[in-house]
Design a protein around this ligand. Sequence first.
Ligand SMILES: [Zn+2]
Ligand SMILES: [Zn+2]
Length: 76
Amino acid sequence: MSHAHCPDCHGLLQAEDKTFHCANCQQDFSQRINCDVCGEEVETLKACGAVDYFCNHCQSLKSKSKVVRSYHKLSQ
Ligand SMILES: [Zn+2]
Ligand SMILES: [Zn+2]
């Protein structure tokens, strides 16, 4: 499992409820998960503790190693 890094300062992001917090620069970020093939945002499917992703555009199931994650600053 790879850790998420702050896009601003490259500090380690800590997962909070629905957001990610950078203790280094004290900013909060939202996570976006996109398809590795078409770049569309994917749907998160949770079942039995496992998480999979579904791309409505490609009509295919994605494992968590396939999707692309990015972090975006929350506006306050
Ligand atoms: Zn930071
Ligand atoms: Zn796709």
